[in-house]
Design a binder for this molecule. Structure first.
Ligand code: S3P
Length: 425
């Protein structure tokens, strides 16, 4: 896939459904009683991995494209799968499903692709083991394949060393099956989709500052879920609209949950022309986002805002190359354990395009204002890296080539088509 300098992006785009919300709707629907009807489900490879795992455990799931219907088996109705569960590239599938599997009356092996088999799983193995789970890393390296044998679980109060919604959600899901209250305290609040959706499904879950608390459940009940557009996918069009001259883009129906909306705050701090229109609240808050080309200035991004924009940081880092002055990203060491080491990969690729960017322990420092030129970009099969450099390639001299470009199928299968449609000819 190749990209050249673009003279402007104009028009409207509707972003596919939120990945985090789509995963959860299938998982919670599978362990609920009754039917869960999911609208605007993300048909990305990651969410399809979740569907396939639950189908293997005897859950009937109809996938009609935009709408997915889950015929739930109830909290105790999952069946032992015949084979190893394949989570593909999806960290969310692997970690959240582990919380559920820890309490079943069977044993199962979970694995995934080469990237998933390198990602840290100790972060869920430790708290789940504290709850009484039998969860082992097959090669004893803290990574998948994981072998999980269901056990009786106990409630715990876990002080998580990382702000991670995947860790928090795995513990909360195990907490549904525990013999008492389960609490998770995080250094900063991570995305709260599990808490919001579990509550709609009938669980007793509440939040106190940075602590989520759940009570054991008798049963969950199937719901209708409207999945908002994914702000992490919208991020590429937000950035593109701001940094490509002569652009004006209206991005429809984007989820703006306050635990996810950090990119909007950062854009405003950078001086962006960005407006939220048509705000609604239907389970999750949504808005249409209007962006216009802007003169940006550098900013400092760190602390509590980091979990609210963690997946957007690659695009924000590239956007900072087009801002005046210095942008500092700190407290973002979690980037190193995503689908790729996103600090190293961003620094390497932005440097190859002529940017002034420095790697730090927990982030990067970008000195904006240098014109960028084309390069061959190795996406490392990381979907967010591929999309970041498609947008960056539209602002650089020459022809930028993205290797492994098809990995966008993980979270946004129609991305290149949507980007091309907005290009003014
Ligand atoms: C996710 C949580 C985040 C995020 C990931 C999706 C989720 O990961 O990066 O893309 O759906 O819970 P961490 O929980 O590891 O921070």
């Amino acid at each position: 896939m190749k990209f050249t300098k673009c003279s402007g992006l104009k028009g409207e785009v509707t972003i596919p459904g939120d990945k985090s919300v789509s995963h959860r709707s299938v998982m919670f629907g599978s362990i609920a009683k009754g039917t869960t009807e999911i609208h605007n489900f993300l048909q990305g490879a990651d969410c399809l991995s979740t569907i396939s795992c639950f189908r293997s455990m005897g859950v009937a799931i109809e996938n009609n494209g935009d709408t997915v219907i889950v015929h739930g088996n109830g909290l105790h109705g999952l069946e032992k799968p015949d084979t190893t569960l394949d989570c593909g590239n999806s960290g969310t599938t692997t970690r959240l499903i582990s919380g559920i599997l820890a309490a079943q009356d069977f044993s199962v092996t979970l694995t995934g692709d080469a990237s998933i088999r390198k990602r840290p799983m100790k972060r869920i193995m430790t708290p789940l083991s504290m709850m009484g789970a039998d969860i082992r890393s097959l090669h004893d390296n803290g990574c998948a394949p994981l072998v999980i044998t269901g056990k009786k679980l106990h409630g715990i109060h876990y002080q998580s060393p990382v702000a991670s919604a995947q860790v928090k959600s795995a513990i909360l899901l195990a907490g549904l099956y525990a013999d008492g209250e389960t609490k998770v305290t995080e250094p900063y609040v991570s995305r709260n989709h599990s808490e919001l959706m579990l509550s709609c499904f009938g669980a007793d879950v509440r939040t106190e500052d940075t602590t989520a608390v759940i009570q054991p459940a008798e049963e969950l009940f199937g719901q209708k879920v409207l999945v908002p557009g994914d702000i992490s996918s919208a991020a590429f069009f937000i950035a593109a609209g701001l940094i490509i001259p002569n652009s004006e883009i209206l991005i429809h129906n984007v989820g703006i949950n306050p635990t996810r909306d950090g990119i909007i705050h950062v854009c405003r701090a950078m001086g962006a022309d960005i407006e939220l229109l048509n705000q609604k609240h239907d389970g999750e808050p949504t808005a249409d986002i209007l962006v216009r080309s802007s003169r940006l200035k550098g900013t400092v991004i760190g602390g509590a805002i980091i979990p609210t924009l963690i997946d957007e940081l690659p695009m924000i880092a590239a956007m900072a190359c087009f801002a005046e002055g210095e942008t500092v990203i700190r407290d973002a060491a979690e980037l190193k354990v995503k689908e790729s080491n996103r600090i190293a990969v961003m620094v390497e690729n932005l440097t190859a395009m002529g940017a002034d960017v420095e790697e730090t322990e927990d982030g990067m420092i970008i000195r904006g204002g240098r014109p960028l030129h084309s390069a061959v970009i190795d996406s490392k099969l990381d979907h967010r890296i591929a999309m970041t450099f498609a947008v960056t390639g539209c602002c650089a001299d020459g022809e930028t080539e993205i290797v492994g470009a098809e990995c966008v199928n993980i979270s946004y299968p129609g991305f290149y088509g949507d980007l091309e449609r907005l290009m003014t000819k």
